[in-house]
Design a protein around this ligand. Structure first.
Ligand code: ZN
Ligand code: ZN
Ligand code: ZN
Length: 330
């Protein structure tokens, strides 16, 4: 860590998180480049140093980094001041309005409702001059169209467009960038470091979670996993990864489950922490079919409700983002 970074000193930052209730939540700040800030009272360079401290503490598992919000960002200047709105598909003007349509069954004519003039008894079809009297029997409302007041185009689906209020760049909705904003929450390792008055420096303290659980801490497990992926790529060996969602936040139940798991694993298999309620299981030299069989047997013998599945890893891709996707899906 940068020695000049005095505000980002890990123990100072941990104390800050504790003083703010143990969970540092982003606060909306429109003029800030990110739209959110974690340190509204601090100067930008101080806040930047403290953010570095937070990222370091999260990477070393003293804090949990949690998804908070997703911003739409201008790809040209990075500003979050993007006005996202619906626009005409031909001329891109945002001066558009929805128009409801009518469909006359007898002649099949479909047009905006306002073109079917009312004569006191009912609407008149502009094409066949027949009467529209009973909705559902002689006509229906097939939906909405949009009309553009600038070019008079008529279309079913408007385009979504982002207009940057900072640099005026116009970007189609599907090409806007997204930036995830996170909160940071003290976890058990962070609390332990606070009461110890220091971060852990012993390797064995750092590798496994406390209380005799044979669970590797997240950063250690990710390192082991990446190592396994490298090996698989180089030598073509198989390995499998299982994600397990713990049903309860009950520590005793988790402990029972983890010991049951450990009993059913080989020495080379590894249990790792992914989030507070999710564990990962690394099974070297095991293909998907083998992992499925193991998992079915394990769930049957676990005596507790739990969700688990074998992860389909793309070994060419980035493992962290693939795991993040998996955890949304379950
Ligand atoms: Zn238009
Ligand atoms: Zn008609
Ligand atoms: Zn911009």
């Amino acid at each position: 860590m940068d020695t000049e970074n005095k505000y980002g000193e890990p123990m100072t930052v941990l104390q800050q998180v504790q003083q703010r209730g143990g969970h540092l939540l982003p606060q909306w700040q429109a003029e800030h480049i990110d739209g959110y800030t974690l340190f509204p009272q601090s100067e930008p360079d101080v806040a930047g140093q403290m953010l570095q401290g937070l990222e370091y503490l999260a990477s070393a598992d003293y804090l949990d980094k949690l998804f908070f919000d997703r911003l739409s960002v201008c790809p040209s200047c990075g500003s979050h001041h993007v006005n996202v709105r619906e626009a005409c598909s031909s001329c891109k003007s945002s001066h558009i309005s929805p128009v409801s349509l009518l469909h006359h069954f007898r002649c099949g004519y479909v047009a905006p409702a306002e073109t079917f003039v009312h004569n006191g008894k009912g609407r008149i079809c502009p094409k066949c001059h027949g009467h529209l009297t009973d909705l559902g029997t002689d006509h229906d409302i097939p939906g909405e169209n949009f009309t553009c007041h600038s070019c008079h185009a008529s279309f079913q689906v408007p385009e979504v467009e982002g207009l940057c209020m900072n640099c005026q760049t116009r970007t189609p909705g599907d090409q806007l960038l997204h930036k995830d904003i996170h909160s940071f929450r003290l976890n058990s390792l962070g609390m332990a470091a606070l009461s110890n008055g220091r971060l852990y420096d012993q390797e064995e303290e750092l590798l496994l979670e406390g209380d005799g659980h044979p669970i590797y801490r997240k950063h250690v497990f990710m390192f082991l996993l990446e190592d396994e992926m490298r090996r698989a790529k180089r030598y073509g060996t198989a390995f499998s990864l299982i994600m397990i969602k713990l049903a309860t936040a009950d520590d005793t139940e988790t402990e029972r489950l983890v010991f049951h798991m450990a009993e059913n694993l080989r020495n080379s298999d590894k249990i790792g922490r992914y989030t507070e309620d999710r564990l990962l299981l690394l099974l070297p030299a095991t293909d998907k079919a083998g992992a499925d069989i193991w998992l079915r047997r394990f769930i049957a013998g676990a005596g507790a409700a739990l969700q688990a599945h074998v992860i389909d890893l793309n070994q060419e891709g980035d493992v962290a983002s693939q795991l993040a996707e998996q955890s949304w899906n379950t």
